[in-house]
Design a protein around this ligand. Structure first.
Ligand code: F0G
Length: 476
């Protein structure tokens, strides 16, 4: 056991299980409570920490962007994740993201003008929100002198892990586990390009997750998945940046795709802490959106009423559901490969977030996801399929009347458009065979919002006629 770092005694790790509540120093490397096996949180002695009196106080950092900690969209909020001595922080300038008003997308969702905003996390160095968590977990890894770092991934975690290993000078070695054939090309290419040891196992993400946990324990390798509570500390800052970009005003809704449920858990923790610290007086409602082909959360919450219950979660329900999945050999299956996960490791923490944020859960089909992705592309910055689940989910909640047209809604676009060009080209392209192979096999029947490429003979007159025809019809 390594000793806690002196400057961080006011931070510690605490078991989520109310009946256990064991605590451990931040200098320990733990991915589950050694006493009861439950998830761990990073907790703080807030009363003894210098927390700003108002969120506006963070604006002072904007004037000093030469300091890498103020430049980072994660660490400029470091007083709200104070587990690391500043000299140990590992940052590559993550978190330069945008909150974009998207009226065209809002129209499809059914919102009034100005009411839908998209938080674009694809602008991170590795192209997804994962960098928010990686910078925090790598900082902790550095604090505990870890060198080999590993994750299981549907692609973005592995891309982020590989980037942090290659772009920092601390000698980190990346080992990633992926399910074979289950990862979008953009993400696989990142892992390979950045030099990660890439282990493809026969199986899916849930299998890879199980294995990486075994291997990390056996070989004493530092685990970078979101069971690592330090990851979630970094991901809290997505909400701080949403508030920052919104003039520190909480929106009415935050809508986020749900896979391993790290983001939703982190967002809930962010709001619990901000409320506790008196830094916000109103908490947004949280909507977590599953893909219908990976709907564990939706199933357990909406059909079985699974809830937080002050931390006494009925895990028998969950076990019985997983038992049925195994018995019937059901594997997660969705075009949104990033959230193709049936055993979300942060389930309990997500229930806590839903409880605190008066949250709701929904599932959306692959058809709804691909259509929403096309609207985002046409009226926003673009995103990968999993991210579009948030927009499809917002539309569903609008249709149900749960979200009002005048509500202020923020959908989180978790990953960059170029992460998964295969899905985009299959939707917009004219190759029917490719459509069937990539999307038809997932139950997508139509590409109702496709922007088809126009095939024209290599003749000037034909090209000019085509441009006139299409650009006129577009302006009508
Ligand atoms: N969106 C994208 C683009 C993702 O990559 C992921 C998760 C999620 C949403 C789901 O987020 O797990 O916090 O609920 N990707 C992980 C990975 C699992 O391995 O890259 P979550």
């Amino acid at each position: 056991m390594s000793a806690p770092t002196t400057t961080t005694e006011l931070a510690y790790q605490r078991c989520l299980n109310a009946a256990c509540g064991a605590t451990y120093g931040v200098g320990e490397t733990l991915f589950a409570c050694p006493s009861c096996g439950d998830l761990l949180d990073v907790a703080y002695e807030w009363d003894r920490l210098p927390v700003p009196r108002s969120l506006r106080d963070f604006e002072a950092k904007w004037a000093d962007r030469q300091d890498p900690l103020n430049f980072s969209g994660v660490w400029r909020f470091r007083e709200l994740l104070p587990f690391a001595p500043p000299g140990m922080i590992v940052t590559i300038g993550e978190g330069q993201t945008l909150l974009q008003t998207a009226d065209k997308v809002g129209q499809h969702v059914g919102m009034n003008p100005g009411c839908l905003k998209l938080q674009y996390e694809g602008m991170n160095p590795s192209g997804s929100f994962k960098d928010n968590g990686m910078t925090a977990a790598f900082t902790h890894a550095r604090m505990v002198n870890a060198r080999r770092v590993a994750c299981a991934s549907t692609g973005n975690t592995s891309a982020a892990l590989a980037v942090y290993c290659s772009a920092t000078p601390f000698g980190f070695k990346a080992i990633i586990f992926i399910g074979s054939g289950r990862i979008a090309y953009g993400k696989l290419s990142q892992a390979l390009d950045h030099g990660a040891l890439t282990i493809q196992i026969v199986g899916d993400f849930d299998d890879a997750m199980h294995r990486v946990q075994q291997v990390a324990t056996r070989l004493n390798i530092y685990l970078m998945n979101s069971v690592n509570p330090f990851r979630l500390e970094g991901q809290k800052t997505i909400m701080y940046r949403v508030l920052e970009a919104n003039g520190w005003e909480p929106p009415d809704w935050v809508v986020v795709p749900g896979g391993n449920l790290g983001n939703s858990s982190a967002f809930g923790k962010a709001f619990i802490e901000l409320k506790h610290l008196g830094l916000i007086d109103r908490v947004p409602r949280l909507a977590v959106i599953n893909a219908a082909g990976a709907r564990t959360l939706n199933h357990l919450v909406c059909e079985h009423g699974l809830c937080w219950s002050d931390g006494v979660v009925d895990m028998e329900l969950t076990k019985a559901y997983y038992g049925r999945l195994d018995q019937e050999k059901v594997k997660a299956s969705t075009i949104a490969s990033a959230i193709e996960i049936n055993r979300p490791v942060n389930l309990k923490k997500c229930l806590r977030a839903l409880n605190f944020c008066d949250g709701v859960v929904r599932q959306v089909s692959d058809q709804e996801i691909m259509d929403a992705k096309a609207w985002v592309g046409a009226g926003g910055l673009g995103c990968e399929p999993a991210s579009a689940a948030s927009v499809a989910g917002a539309r569903k909640l609008r249709e149900e009347g749960v979200i009002a047209p005048s509500d202020r809604v923020v959908c989180i676009l978790t990953g960059h458009q170029l992460k998964d060009p295969t899905a985009t080209v299959a939707y917009h392209g004219t190759d029917q065979e490719n459509f069937e192979k990539v999307l038809g096999s997932r139950g997508v029947r139509r590409a109702g919002y496709a922007n088809r490429p126009v095939i024209v003979p290599n003749e000037l007159d034909d090209i000019i006629r085509t441009i006139n025809l299409y650009s006129e019809s577009a302006s009508e």
